[in-house]
Design a protein around this ligand. Structure first.
Ligand code: ARG
Length: 426
């Protein structure tokens, strides 16, 4: 009975997911290839089986017979964008701090479905979901992959692995008698390994852990390390052994260095960087994923939304420092990806971060690469995602305006294709 009902819903939503079987001939005003950093005028792409089969220009590449032709005159094509840090289950307008405890977990899944759609409509065809209470975002991922609901490709971390009372636990809202603890909370290297194995058993795509406190967890300190080097190393070893990458939340300097020494693949937030941390990141090929937009949203809307005073105070402490660190890291040539922590601000506004990345030191092209080719590299998906050449997934967006002279042009996306399916065409 219950199953039949679910199936009926799935069928009615099916139309949201376009079929990708046909051959498409896509032409536009121009195309920006972030890999080469060059524009192609009057580009033409032949798309088949969800991939770019041929890439050329309207004059060099003719429409194959029977192809569906889509022409976007005057528009600029780019690869679909990648946000390396989102939490689809989160919605800042639903209240911060304690009010979130009033919602049943099912409600988060409903938000996640809506947020997945908003994210895709904003031109983000791939996201990394860097943590959720349970395994619900894996279900969202699978529903997207099977065409039941519209959404970006989701790389999901599932429950973060971390220490008791840490930023990766349960945010420490409840009193002791509730004995509340996150699914990934553990003590000691072997327990940490067990949590990693559990997450892998249930199908996560990456492991998320925390090596410092955070802004939105109660009673944690941004500067205080969390987890010993031994524990962090155990998490990373176990994940790498199974072919998964590890994203480590770290604000404070010591925690950032611990995470890099433990073998982390990406550092999330990376707020307090000194030269040693930047050099360590560079030497170890670690990507920095710095969410420098959301500080503005939290400081202007947080109080109204019910964010805890403690979190507002910590945000005031870290926002400016993180932006200075961002500038330093850009100057030093560290590898940097686009990660926003959407959920702290409304999903769909992810692209607002581009202009801040430029304001704090990147060229527009660097900011675009951080959300395309460099992000794909960090995911281990170079040549597949974040690119617009032969063999790449047909994840393509179109915008008006020139993103290299004004990167905020990416805040308004007119056309979204994912795996050859058209989800938006305005
Ligand atoms: N999830 C992060 C935390 O709670 C968000 C930090 C947001 N602030 C910032 N300036 N990046 O720590």
């Amino acid at each position: 009975m219950k199953k039949g009902f679910a199936a009926a819903i799935a069928v009615s939503l099916m139309s949201a997911a376009p079929a990708a079987a046909e051959t498409i001939y896509l032409t536009a005003g121009r195309l920006l290839d972030p890999v080469s950093g060059r524009f192609t005028e009057a580009p033409a792409l032949v798309i088949e089986d969800g991939k770019i089969l041929k890439a050329g220009t309207a004059s060099s590449l003719a429409a194959p017979e029977g192809a569906t032709e889509i022409d976007l005159p005057g528009k600029t094509l780019l690869p679909g964008l990648i946000d390396m840090h989102v939490h689809l289950t989160g919605d800042p307008t639903k209240g911060g701090g304690y009010s979130i405890l009033g919602y049943p977990s099912e409600r988060f899944v409903i938000w996640a479905v809506n947020n997945a759609n908003k994210t895709l409509m904003a031109g983000f065809t791939t996201v990394r979901n860097t943590g959720s209470d349970g395994y619900e975002t894996l279900a969202v991922r699978d529903a997207v992959n099977e065409g039941e609901i519209p959404g970006p490709r989701i790389f999901a971390a599932g429950p973060p692995v971390g220490i008791v009372g840490g930023h990766c636990s349960d945010n420490n809202y409840l009193p002791p008698e509730e004995e509340a603890t996150g699914l990934g909370v553990a003590t000691g290297p072997w327990e940490m390994r067990a949590k990693v194995r559990q997450n892998i058993k249930y199908g996560v795509d990456l492991i998320k852990t925390c090596s410092t406190g955070g802004v939105f967890s109660k009673g944690t300190l941004l500067g205080a390390p969390q987890g010993t080097l031994e524990e962090l190393t155990a998490i990373v070893e176990e994940a790498h052994m199974r072919g998964l990458k590890v994203a480590v939340h770290a604000h404070g300097n010591v925690g950032i260095k611990n995470a890099i020494r433990a073998g982390a693949d990406t550092i999330e937030h990376a707020s307090y960087l000194d030269n040693e941390a930047i050099n360590l990141a560079k030497r170890n090929g670690v990507y920095l994923s710095m969410d420098i937009y959301n500080t503005e949203y939290t400081l202007s809307e947080g109080e109204k939304n019910g964010v805890m005073q403690e979190s507002l105070d910590k945000e005031r402490q870290v926002g400016g420092v993180q932006r200075e660190s961002f500038s330093k890291a850009v100057k030093a040539g560290a590898k940097m990806v686009f990660g926003t922590d959407a959920a702290i601000f409304p999903h769909g506004d992810n692209a607002k971060q581009f202009s801040r990345m430029v304001q704090f030191g990147m060229t527009p092209l660097q900011a675009i690469q951080a959300a395309t080719s460099v992000a794909a590299e960090a995911l281990g998906k170079s040549g597949e995602l974040g690119c617009v050449s032969t063999g790449c997934a047909a994840d393509i967006i179109a915008i008006s305006g020139d993103p290299l002279s004004d990167v905020s042009a990416l805040e308004s996306v007119d056309f979204v294709m994912k795996a050859g399916g058209v989800y938006k065409n305005e």
